[in-house]
Design a protein around this ligand. Sequence first.
Ligand code: GLU
Length: 650
Amino acid sequence: MGRKRGTWVAAAAAFALTVGMATACTSGESQAGGVCETVPNGTPVSATAAGPAGSGTKDLSTNPEIATGYRANMTPVRTHTFAVSTANPLSTKAACEVLRDGGTAADALIAAQTVLGLVEPQASGIGGGAFLVYYDANTKSVDAYDGREVAPAAATENYLRWISDIDRTEPKPNTRASGRSIGVPGVLRMLELAHHDHGKTAWRDLFDPAIGLADQGFPISPRLAGQIAESAKDLAADEDAKAYFLNPDGSPKAADTVLTNPAMAKTLGAVATEGAQAFYTGAIAQDIVAAAGRASGGRTPGLIATQDLAGYQAKKRTALCTNYREHELCGMPSPSSGGITVAATLGILENFDLAALRPDNIDRNGGKPNAQAVHLITEAERLAYADRNKYVADTDFVPLPGNSAQTLLNRDYLRQRAGLIDPNRSMGTAQPGDFGPVPLGVGPQPPEHGTSHISVVDKYGNAAAMTTTVESAFGSFHLVDGFVLNNQLTDFNADPLGADGVPMANRVQPGKRPRSSMSPTLIFGKAPDGSRGELTHVAGSPGGSVIIQFVVKTLVNMFDWGLDPQQAVSAVAFGAGNSPSTGIGGEHPAINATDNGDHDPLVLRLRQLGHQVSVAPQSSGLSALKRNGSDGWIGGADPRREGAVLGDTH
Ligand code: GLU
């Protein structure tokens, strides 16, 4: 096994150099290369396009991670039978080789996730959570896997906002960086469950690439370096994070510095040999409890106990499948609001002829969006978010109106919502539909059977869309046994009561999962009899609550405007939550972001329609794969991150 790991690391290092970890690749065609070797095309990610890290371009209300520029003119990657897109070339390569060697999409996810936890630790890792939507080609069934973090048993509804009922001050230094934000991690249990159901390659072998890289080292990518610099002060508050990410003089480690992570190698070695149990019980679990509960540096401790870890369960849920025009979309149900909010937005948009509102000057970067299209789509999003914000939370605790997603997704209801859109004026803030008060919930219901996104199709026809997260960049800034602990509990509403004094659906409750926006999505065509047809697309993105908008933009670009997956992910990011603010990604070459967009015709037109437009750079990390007729797959990775698509290229 050791020799295999060594060989892999040497080959991967060579590959990372070719890709230049997004520093050395040049524009122009770069389609040469064999299986798992094609170099992603496009100009380098430049920290200058959107301003270097720490230059104040970050907008934390919308971007959990820093924006690091835009690789213009990326071309799609075409593959024969399998393909994978992740946010980092080393992770893509590890997953691709699993697929090449006969592994399934479920196998590939494990290699991809464990490598991502090393090379993109700001975004995801085994100390976080994930959602997975999986298609099994044999049974033609779609499963949704929930590896979301849970609140510890000791969490009260004021856990995030008060140190205690007696000391009613905010946890120190703030909720996110205290131990209070840390939920019981879920990703490893979820991957183990998916592997049990759909794996083919031996579990232990899937950890080889990450263990090899952890042992022998990997270069810090420009994006990771930018995020370390941005977070240096917070990382310095944790002794282990400080030693790993900062130089002895306290300065942030720079891009290309080689990092080794023996603690992670040991952790992954134990999980590879003993299974996820090694993480949830025994020494690693005790280390997590100690790290979350440590009051060092004045941090308020979290109250996770070893029983919380030992009792963690990944859940298999019923995927939320809905129709949009001639497509069937399958997404993540609660506790993610992603599936339902994407479906509601598209259900409203079905009432408009979007195809007539194509972008202008469509090029490799997707062209310039049509102002009326942006108006309609953002208004639909406002309406969908209004319902999401009021009604959607962990349905194991708080049921949806009518006890079913279908109430909020009913076609007639969505047609009525569409009727609220004025083509000439933004509504600013939408009102939620009236389904009565949010039910209090009675406690757990019986079980139904910084973020990164991974899209995979394997040669057997299976597919996986998995979005994985530690929540904000570097989570809670706690590092233990080589991995970052999440701050996922900040996805709960810290205040249990809303403005009207009524309990919030998404308040903290022990054992509850915080509402997410992650929207991993699989898309199918329709068979002639109207039943589920062929799998046609895989998509998803990081981006906090903006994920929903990133995914909607990508789907509309592919479905209504016929763009290929690379154009669709490259295309201008636009969208709105339920507020008067509309985001138009200023990092995109088609947007003139100078003087706050004052010279850009799209921005000016939207302002005339009443939108408060922000041109802050967007930090999506989209990936999309699309079936290319009978010819295989065509894939795209987000030019705003360092991702790559690989497969058995033509
Ligand atoms: N924690 C967020 C969610 O689950 C994702 C954060 C991100 O995308 O960076 O919705």
